[in-house]
Design a binder for this molecule. Structure first.
Ligand code: UDP
Length: 381
């Protein structure tokens, strides 16, 4: 019983377990009380210490879709969390649900600002133990609309973060993207695969190329400066809080289905994707950060259930009990003329499975159920 109570306290980020320096703040009595609980728990559950190493975590892009889930997970573990976000694609709505949470009082610090603000980044990197660099231009639509800004944020922004992490010797994880692989038709895609891009007048490839430059820069910092840097190639990540505004297919289809609009399938709908639940991705990111063997390496993070976009549309219509039709829209109408889609994108996840035991836990049906519930809630349906 005692173990259950203590486990719950830890999982929920109970302030009593939040950080060891908390007990110091409470004075001698608090310190003694905490020490007894820690000793008792260590005896009963020897792996407790592995789960209770609390850190000061900086998350760039922490008000974004993935960044906000990462911030919440770190807070629940008991970490002290600092986020910086310029709200270009992120939103304060993403952090509002836990910003005022009593359990996280005094451990969650939000800076609305740019990663190009040198003084702020200097301070935030200096006080943190580890850095998750999640800030980036994301979403095909956003990138096609803002090509120059996207390249600048992805390349110069990442270089800036790496430079500061090297200066302060802080371990850092860089969020890269499955876009890096380009237009392969084979599956699964593994980290050592070649990379195939289209010409430079097709701007989708600028995103892939900028993320690839991030990876090269990160690995160069590892090799030349000994910076502990991990590269995570994220495949299509989905879940509550994701917006369809920048093109992401699942929130778009869910919204269309729930408002009985036609679901807009681009091209013939035979292109495939796999989708990973955001909370699974967050677990993988934290596990990569905690592992001592991961720096200097690139890891895929993704789901393995491959589905065509047409089948996905049909599934979402069924799951939401919608009467929506499916409308096929040629790429030339959906995007500008220089658009090229990826026909297939399935990750090989052996490497991350071997390194940290990651495997996605949430299947597509459950993911869709949760996203549909989230869209319903947001729209008051
Ligand atoms: N897609 C679609 N209709 C939409 C949005 C996206 O058919 O309203 C397709 C898109 O062309 C791509 C897939 O869904 O083939 C996934 O798109 P998303 O933008 O979510 O991610 P991507 O994998 O392209 O980065």
């Amino acid at each position: 019983m005692m173990i259950l109570i203590l486990e719950k306290m830890i999982e929920e980020g109970n302030p009593a377990f939040s950080c060891s320096w908390e007990s110091a703040r409470l004075g001698k009595a608090g310190f003694l009380a905490h020490s007894r609980l820690f000793v008792l728990y260590t005896v009963l559950k020897p792996n407790f210490w592995l789960r209770s190493i609390h850190m000061k975590v900086l998350i760039t892009g922490g008000a974004g879709f993935i960044g906000s889930h990462l911030a919440e997970a770190c807070l629940k573990r008991g970490d002290e969390v600092y986020i910086i976000d310029d709200l270009s694609t992120g939103s304060e709505n993403n952090i509002n649900s836990f910003r005022e949470d009593e359990r996280f009082r005094g451990r969650f610090f939000v800076t609305i600002g740019s990663i190009f603000d040198h003084e702020t980044m200097l301070e935030l990197t200096g006080i943190s133990d580890v850095v998750f660099h999640m800030a980036a231009a994301v979403g095909v639509r956003y990138i096609l609309k803002n090509p120059l800004e996207s390249i600048r944020i992805n390349i110069q922004g990442t270089e800036k973060v790496l430079e500061l992490c090297a200066k302060f010797k802080k371990k850092v994880l860089i969020a890269s993207s499955s876009e890096v692989y380009g237009k392969h038709l084979h599956a699964p895609l593994v980290e050592t695969d070649n990379i195939i891009y289209g010409p430079s007048d097709k701007f989708r490839w600028s995103y892939a190329a900028s993320k690839l430059m991030d990876e090269f820069t990160a690995l160069a910092y590892f090799r030349t400066k000994g910076l502990k840097v991990i590269v995570a190639r994220l495949f299509n990540t989905v879940g509550p809080r994701q917006t369809g505004a920048y093109g992401m297919v699942i929130p778009r289809f869910a919204e269309q289905a729930l408002t009985h609009e036609p679901l807009t399938v681009y091209g013939d709908g035979n292109q495939t994707r796999t989708f990973t639940y955001v909370k699974d991705v967050v677990k993988a990111l934290i596990a990569l950060m905690e592992n001592e063997e991961t720096p200097g390496e690139v890891f895929n993070i993704g789901g393995t259930e491959e589905i065509t976009i047409l089948e996905l549309a049909q599934k979402i219509i069924r799951a939401s009990g919608s009467a929506s039709a499916i409308e096929r829209i040629p790429y030339s109408e959906a995007f500008e003329k220089d658009f090229e889609d990826m026909q297939r994108r399935v990750p090989g996840i052996e490497k991350i499975k071997t390194a940290v035991g990651f495997e996605p836990e949430t299947d597509l049906d459950t993911i869709l159920e949760r996203v549909i519930a989230d869209v319903k809630k947001k729209k008051g349906l």
